[in-house]
Each structure stands twice: as C-alpha cells, then as structure tokens.
Design a protein around this ligand. Sequence first.
Ligand SMILES: Cc1ncc(COP(=O)(O)O)c(C=O)c1O
Length: 389
Amino acid sequence: MTERRLGEAAEGDLMQRGFARRDIARIAAVFGAGAGLAALAGTPAWAQSAGRDPDRRTRLRLDANECWTGPLAPGAAAAAEIIARSNRYDPAGEREAFRAAVAAVEGVSTERVVPWPGSSDPLSRSIVSFCSPSRGLVTADPVFELAGDTAKWLGAPVKRVAMTASHAHDVRAMLAADPAAGVYYVVSPNNPTGAVTPVADIAWLAANKPADGVLVIDEAYIHFDGGPSAIRLATTRDDVVVLRTFSKLFGMAGMRLGYLVAAPTLFERMMRYDGGMQSWALPMPSLACATASLGAAGMIEARRAEMEATREETAAFLAKRGYRTIPSRANMLMIDWRRPAGPVGEGFRAAGIEIGRSWAGFDSWSRLTIGSTDEMASFRAVFDRVLTA
Ligand SMILES: Cc1ncc(COP(=O)(O)O)c(C=O)c1O
C-alpha cells in the first residue's frame, strides 16, 4: 500500500534509514495524499494563534510576526493582473520566471531555486527527508518550534542548545550536542528573539558538520534585518538548504509563498514524497506577486527602515519602564515581564491587543510582533494600565 502512495524510491530510502513499516505508513498517510505535513507534525505559524483568539477581527494583532500591511504595490498589481489568466496552470511560464527572478536578485543559479507555498512545509519536509530514528535534529533554544515538533512526531532525537551571550546560535555547542545529526537547524534572524547569528558562524557549522548531515538555514526574517545572508552556502555546497518566505516583510502570509535554495540532489529528496505536488501546483497570483515584489529594492528598504524605527521606539519605551528586551534585528521583541507572561498576555487581550506567546522555559517572556507606527502607539497607550492592573 505504501508503495502505491509514496513510490519505490521514497519507501526504499525510508527503510534504509531505519524506519519501521508502521512509520512509513504514517508518512504515506500525510505525504501520499499531498497534504501539508507542517500542520499535522507541528504547529505552523498560521495555526499558532488561531485557537486562542475567538474574535480576531476586532483585536490589534501583534502576535504572529506578520507584516502590518499587505504586499508591495508592484506585487499586488501583478497578482490582480494575472487573475484573469489563471484559467491556465502556468499561463506564461510564471514558475520559471519566479525562479529566474530569485536567481537574479540573489546571485544564485536558477537550477537551485524551488518555489514552495510558504516555508513551513519545506521545513517539516526537510526533517522527514534528512532525519531518522538514528539521525537526529539539533536546534537552538529558544527557536521556531516546527522543526523540533516534526522531529518529535517522526521519532527522531532532538537536541536543543542554549544561545551564546549575544543570543546567537552557539554553533560549536550545536555540533558538540550531536556530532552525527541528520539536520542542524539555524534560524537567522531567529524567531522569537530576532537575534542574528553571524554568517561566519553558520559557515563554520557547514564546514564542520558531518558530510552527510544537512544544514537547514531558515531566513524567514532576513529582509527585516537587511544584513548579510548565508544564501551563498546553498549554492557553493551540496549539503545546505536555505529557506525563504514571503510571509514576513513582503506582507504575503495569507498568499502562501516561499522558496528554498539547495542542490537538486537535496530538494529532489524532499519532493519525492508527493511527486513534487507542493512545489509545482502553485497559485498564480501568489507567484506573480512574489516575482514582482522581489526586485522592489527601494520599497523593501523603506519597509525595513520603518519597522526598525518603530521597533527601536518600542524597545526604548519598554526600557524606560524597566522591562528588558533582547536586541532584535527583525519585526519582534522578546520582553521579560519579570512575572509569569500568561496573565500579562490576558491583560493585553482584555485591552483589545493580542501579543505573542511564551516559549517553553522562558515563562516570564513574551514575544511581541512590531506592527505599524499607529499600532505600536496603541500598544503604548494601554501599556501602563495593563501592567499595573
Ligand atoms: C522562523 C520561521 N520559519 C518559517 C516560518 C513559516 O512561515 P510560512 O510557512 O508562512 O512561510 C515562520 C513563521 O512564522 C518562522 O517564524
């Protein structure tokens, strides 16, 4: 039965890596149907706050690290234009045009660029593709949990490694934690801290990890940082995957588009579970929007600068009131309330604002997403009332 659903190559690979038939059947149940793994194996960003807030329309949402506004103008125009031609699966080679646009903007080769409906699915899929019961996952702590959740679901061992004093990933400790891992997962800028890990450290991990282990670098927030990217590692090496998404600075979380950069030998392993369905069957308005947004350098920089100014204003406001934040390079701030974060979040909710959640082991901290200038003024306006209640 699994043969029919996964194909011989995928099943043979899973068996070789030590999965029991029972596990293969479970994987087939998810991938064979072409369903999104991320939602079953973990809690992707879009599902994290949905259940908590019964009336999402009326609240100011500073919880899910979305952008405060929609797609860049050229992207919105391109998406609107292609709707009338979306009777075709790929009206004029939009998938190839997207790959070429990424290649041109990032200076990478087109053959290594693969679009995907967001980065949650390829992230989960990379864990299934490169981890196993005997080849685990190493992540930072705290970090976006989806990779760890997927490994746990899969039955692969997970090692979580504390950050350095500057909140970077401690790459040397990550390698020491499991010198034979299947995947080393680095998020830079990180979620939930917004802290950057120097590209030199990421390159060190690439050079020193086991040759058959894969380095997955998640750059979901890279445009909010504006600093150097580790993308070159995915074009010069065949054991590195870089994940990007349009869900953050590009304001396209609801349009579901992302991409990965990796050697074909790696992404072909990720695509075989569903015959490439996820990365081929893409909504044309999302693809057109992303392609037209990629090159809008001035608008990207203006949005980044606007967010940075608002974030620093918010951090200064919090510091003035004695609340510590972790220095962030992305659209979020981790705040230490010095008391359990749960009731603080409830206080903001009662005041009409949904702030972000806490992370396991960081119970006095919440993550706050940076909204528009006006939204953050509203946050400041209720702040003293909520914190003194
Ligand atoms: C670090 C990180 N990676 C990946 C994602 C997944 O986003 P999406 O599936 O919308 O591309 C998120 C979303 O919050 C994230 O924070």
